[in-house]
Design a protein around this ligand. Structure first.
Ligand code: UDP
Ligand code: MG
Length: 325
């Protein structure tokens, strides 16, 4: 069996409280996978510091000095979880046969990684980590998440329920992924779009090992709106449909007003007012909807800003020759 070089990408934002433990557990995971002949000994961990304001980068730097399999990427500011993941995936791709992304807070079960790799060896290009139960989440988070999946499904966006950003991607998938240039990224919606043979591995999600969530309610709402608007123009289309409906109702009311007029029941001037209010209002809404459709399309196409900026890349002295930094 030929052994793939694996890179585990870990986005970190203000994670000093948990990072030492994360490094240690992921190193154990790599070692075990190596022992089980699942990966090459050249496999690495890549910690992406997403503009942290605490000692996260210092912890990463020390780990790089201590362990040859640890590497680090420092972004120039906070670009957000999704962009930090992409920075890691794109950096790792040239020297990896597959990449696994995992959060820094140890909520995702590192033991599932071996199962991801087994699936990779069975020929799967994408392996999604799916949570068995969500009992460690609050009632609120569980239900808002459920609602979000329902809405996305209705809008026609393919997503794996209860899958966060814990997944394995083969190099083939990563090579395809770099062709997707949209600025508003939502990986959970994008990866299924890429296609390829995929499967799921179930795991139990734990409580955060230490530190606080970096997804307060406001960020969660923004995340959901981004997810919907970058993948769907249904909200804009709804304006068009609403406009059309108002035009329809306007015709009926106009007809009613005309009949009243013919029968001589109407106050003079009332008929023409009712007619114009409803018809023009409806037509305006339709027009806004149509314009919106086009703006929505342009909006999707025009963004060419870089998704992240790398300030520094660090690898240990012994591994340096493998990287073109
Ligand atoms: N994260 C990041 N940039 C951000 C916010 C979060 O890189 O702007 C990282 C964070 O360090 C963690 C992962 O994304 O490794 C998921 O965040 P968190 O665990 O706080 O989210 P939750 O599990 O509470 O949804
Ligand atoms: Mg978490």
């Amino acid at each position: 069996m030929n052994k793939p070089i694996l890179t585990i990408v870990v986005p970190c934002y203000n994670e000093e409280a948990v990072l030492t433990e994360t490094v240690s557990r992921l190193r154990d995971t790599l070692e075990r996978a190596c022992r089980d002949q699942l990966i090459s000994p050249q496999s690495t961990l890549l910690f992406v510091d997403d503009g942290s304001r605490d000692r996260t980068w210092t912890v990463i730097k020390h780990s790089i000095e201590d362990y040859k399999e640890v590497t680090g990427l420092k972004l120039s500011r906070n670009f957000g979880h999704q962009n930090a993941l992409i920075a890691g995936m794109e950096t790792a791709n040239p020297y990896s046969d597959c990449v696994i992304t995992i959060d820094a807070d140890l909520q995702d079960d590192v033991n599932a990684i071996n199962n991801f790799l087994i699936k990779y060896h069975e020929g799967f290009d994408v392996v999604y980590g799916v949570r068995n139960k969500r009992e460690t989440d609050t009632f609120f988070k569980r239900n808002t998440a459920l609602l979000f999946y329902k809405v996305m499904e209705r809008l026609g966006v393919k997503m794996i329920p209860n899958h966060a950003d814990f997944r394995l991607l083969s190099r083939r998938v990563l090579d395809e992924f770099v062709n997707y240039h949209e600025e508003n990224v939502f990986l959970r919606g994008m990866i299924p779009l890429l296609g390829f043979k995929s499967t799921e591995v179930y795991y139990n999600r734990a409580e955060r090992f230490a530190g606080k969530t970096k997804y307060p309610l406001k960020k969660m709402i923004n995340f959901a709106i981004d997810g919907i608007t970058s993948f769907s123009i249904v909200p804009i289309r709804m304006v068009t449909v609403l406009g059309g409906t108002v035009v329809g109702v306007g015709f009926l009311i106009g007809l009613y007003a005309l009949i009243q007029h013919v029968l001589g029941h109407a106050v003079s001037g009332w008929t023409s007012m009712i007619l114009s209010i409803w018809l023009i209002g409806g037509m305006q809404l339709t027009a806004i909807g149509v314009i919106g459709e086009y703006i929505g399309k342009i909006f999707k196409e025009t963004k060419h800003r870089p998704r992240y900026t790398i300030e520094k890349q660090l690898v240990s002295a012994t591994t340096k020759d493998r990287f073109k930094t």
